[in-house]
Write a protein that binds this ligand. Structure first.
Ligand code: ADQ
Length: 738
């Protein structure tokens, strides 16, 4: 039986019993009132004729006495009257006086004697009123009153009562059901709100805090144990469970969708193929938050609203890009100047001097402030989750923290962190470190970068380092410093969509004009001095010097996307790479054969993956690299388990892709030897190495990177909520005891 019906049955039975009890009570009370009334009426009737009664009775005028008594019975409810002598004998009575009522039974010395007796026609009320004359007591006048009217009234009252209780029962049931429904809905809505953290009902908060903490702890523990692989769906589920509907805000220099105008005046949307975008897109799609970025496209303003907002992805609109507009001076100072001429060379050990200019620093500070204000304007709770990306925003965590003390701020530094001594070259090192310590969690690709950061804190600012917790405590706040190695999506979209390896080879062979038995090496980079492109070309030159068998057969295709071209050092690099390629081609080229194919352009991901799949070998020779996604993309592209990865030991990736041929790119003997070994590696060895690396990447993909950071953030939020509650409880306890 459903619980609502069960409740109704119990309710009706209870009301029935209550009605019976009430009717008994009402009946007794009304009878009491009425009999009292009848006695009074009898008294009044006799008193009104007392003189005549006494006179006729004393004079023995019985006929006149009967007439007086008959007058009294004219009242319709008085059935009969009798005069009973003190000796208990009937003196005289009216015709309707019941003969069954003898005077002996009703005589009483009391001023009033009443009784209800049953008669064949129904119950009657007897009232005996003593009468005395000049010579003493004469007897009593007995009035018999009909009670039929009273019974009628009683049954009417009972009917009304029954009806009233039935009505009450029905309305109580309806009200109870409606109220129960409403209050259940209210409770469940409240519960939902509470779980999302949006309730304003303080009485439920302590209970729900416990529920939330328990749920969060269980989920976090389960998720962080890493059952099964990380997929976009699992990330999505984890996020909605962790975040309870809270929105995520991302702060990054690069926007995920750039609107540009073509020469024909059409608006085109570009989705930049960057590791950062690939990593963070699923997070935004799952949470529907806001991505705050520099609006750099030529048509960005045209498609955005007055606040710089535009919904993306186009046609889907699952989250918002909030564009921050920068003047050319701001972009020059903040992006090209302090970020890319100061911090980039400072953090990479790649022999380009960092340049620090006071104006650049001012712009950097100002742009960080502008982005922080945009964060404050975009959030709708006091404790949002904000993901701050990269070296462009070292000051933002502290600026945001000042405005949103309860926010969970996760900063991720995509490039290396140098050793403390090197970091000390920056005139504003303390401000940068203190800015970053506004974060709740600070992520780097490797433990080495975390260690370097902690050493820099130790050397330059007043803070406590909690090595056990891997955290820095500064201004009473703790920042966890953790390694989260970034990765690529797996299964990889571009690898899945690419043509077969044979097709890729034949297209690339045709594009480069290679002989059928040619061997192909590939390098894919932004043209940046940290990527070791010069060292790479020198290694190819050394290969051809040392191993003549590869001359005329081996070609190295370098895909080089122009980058930061407004900076002088990048111009120089461009020229030196071109000159080097020309020299090597000059030295070892013959006929149509060119050992170096320098393809200086931004290639769309399908073209990049075509080269990965066509090549016999990929050489990543970074002089210093936070992670390096090209190496991981090459492994993802080779579902045929063919090809060799030669990888610089100075990349974060070298710690994970240990089956690659790991080299020191400065050591041209070692690097050229590895190239030669790679080009002559057995197919079995190639497959063995690729299989191991592919298995690793299928587990350690980009969803795991984002999921682990957010799982740590969820754990931190649960812990902070608990400690906040303990503090409040303790304070309350102290107040009470004071
Ligand atoms: P980057 O220095 O840009 O990233 P990387 O990690 O190799 O270096 O990512 C480059 C991305 O650009 C890859 O997805 C690659 O396919 C693409 N790309 C490179 N050359 C290209 C070309 N010519 N045409 C088209 N696309 C090209 C920074 C850090 C890295 C860190 C990432 C992510 O310097 O160490 O791995 O962020 O955190």
């Amino acid at each position: 039986m459903p619980s609502a019906l069960r409740f109704l049955v119990v309710l009706v039975i209870a009301l029935g019993l209550l009605t019976l009890a009430a009717m008994g009570l009402v009946s007794r009370t009304t009878w009491g009132w009425y009999t009292k009334d009848l006695a009074l009426r009898a008294q009044l009737a006799v008193n009104g004729s007392r003189r005549a009664i006494t006179a006729h009775w004393e004079a023995g005028e019985l006929a006149q006495l009967r007439e007086v008594l008959a007058d009294i019975t004219r009242d319709e409810r008085i059935m009969g009257t009798a005069a009973c002598g003190s000796d208990g004998q009937l003196v005289v009575s009216t015709p309707d006086y019941p003969t069954s009522l003898s005077c002996g039974e009703v005589l009483s010395p009391l001023p009033l004697w009443t009784q209800v007796v049953a008669q064949p026609g129904g119950r009657v009320h007897l009232g005996a009123i003593p009468v005395a004359g000049a010579r003493g007591a004469l007897g009593s006048v007995v009035l018999v009153q009909d009670l039929a009217f009273l019974e009628r009234r009683e049954s009417q009252a009972r009917g009304f009562l029954l009806f009233a209780f039935a009505l009450l029962a029905a309305s109580a049931s309806v009200i109870t059901i409606v109220a129960a429904r409403f209050s259940w809905r209210g409770w469940s809505n409240e519960l939902r709100k509470l779980l999302r953290g949006g309730s304003r009902r303080p009485e439920l908060l302590p209970l729900m805090q416990d529920v939330r903490e328990l749920v969060e702890r269980l989920v976090v523990e389960r998720e962080s144990e890493g059952h099964g692989g990380w997929t976009p769906q699992r990330l999505k589920q984890t996020l909605s469970r962790y975040l309870h509907g809270e929105r995520v805000v991302i702060v990054a220099n690069r926007e995920p969708y750039i609107h540009t105008k073509t020469e024909q005046g059409e608006i085109k949307v570009l989705h930049p193929a960057s590791g950062l975008v690939t990593a963070l897109e699923p997070v935004m799609r799952a949470c529907g938050g806001t991505w705050i970025a520099h609006g750099s496209g030529s048509a960005d303003r045209e498609v955005a609203d007055q606040h710089g907002r535009v919904r993306v992805p186009p046609g889907e609109g699952s989250y918002v890009v909030r564009r921050v507009w920068l003047t050319p001076e701001e972009e020059g100072g903040y992006y090209y100047g302090f970020s890319n001429e100061g911090l980039w060379p400072l953090c990479h050990v790649a022999h380009t001097r960092p340049t620090f200019r006071i104006d650049d620093w001012r712009h950097y500070r100002e742009v960080n402030r502008r982005f922080s204000e945009a964060v404050v304007a975009e959030v709708d709770t006091p404790d949002p989750i904000v993901l701050i990306q990269d070296y462009h925003f070292a000051l933002a965590p502290r600026l945001i923290r000042e405005r949103l003390p309860k926010a969970t701020l996760i900063s991720f530094w995509h490039i290396p962190w140098p050793n403390a001594e090197r970091f000390g070259m920056c005139p504003w090192r303390n401000e940068l470190i203190e800015g970053m310590l506004g974060s709740s969690i600070l992520g780097f690709h490797t433990q080495q970068h975390c260690n370097n950061f902690i050493d820099s804190v130790d050397r330059y600012i007043e803070a406590r380092i909690d090595r056990e917790e891997r955290a820095v405590v500064h201004r009473h706040r703790s920042t966890q410093v953790r390694a989260y190695p970034i990765s690529i999506d797996w299964p990889n979209r571009w690898a899945r969509e690419a043509p077969s390896v044979a097709e890729c080879r034949s297209t690339v062979w045709a594009e480069l004009g290679l002989k059928p038995d040619a061997l192909l090496g590939v390098g894919v980079d932004r043209l940046d001095y940290t990527k070791g492109v010069e060292e790479r070309l020198l290694a190819v030159e050394r290969l051809l010097e040392r191993f003549p068998a590869f001359r005329g057969r081996f070609t190295f295709a370098q895909l080089a996307a122009p980058s930061r071209t407004a900076i002088e050092r990048y111009h120089q690099l461009n020229e030196s790479v071109e000159a080097l390629a020309a020299r090597i081609n000059q030295r070892f080229g013959s006929g149509r054969y060119r050992p170096i194919a320098l393809l200086r352009a931004h290639h769309e991901p399908p073209a990049v993956f075509k080269y990965y799949r066509a090549a016999d070998l990929c050489y990543v020779s970074s002089l210093h690299d936070g992670m390096n996604l090209v190496s991981k993309e090459f492994v993802a592209a080779r579902d045929d388990e063919r090809g060799v990865l030669v990888l610089s030991s100075f990349t974060g990736a070298a710690r994970e892709l240990t089956e690659a041929l790991i080299v020191n790119p400065y050591d041209l003997e070692e690097a050229s030897g590895a190239l030669a070994a790679g080009l002559s590696m057995s197919l079995e060895d190639q497959a063995h190495r690729l299989r191991a690396m592919r298995a690793y990447l299928s587990d350690f993909n980009v969803y795991r990177w984002a999921g682990r950071m957010l799982a740590d953030a969820a754990r931190l939020r649960a812990r902070e909520r608990l400690s906040g509650r303990l503090t409040t409880e303790r304070l309350l306890g102290l107040e009470e005891s004071a």
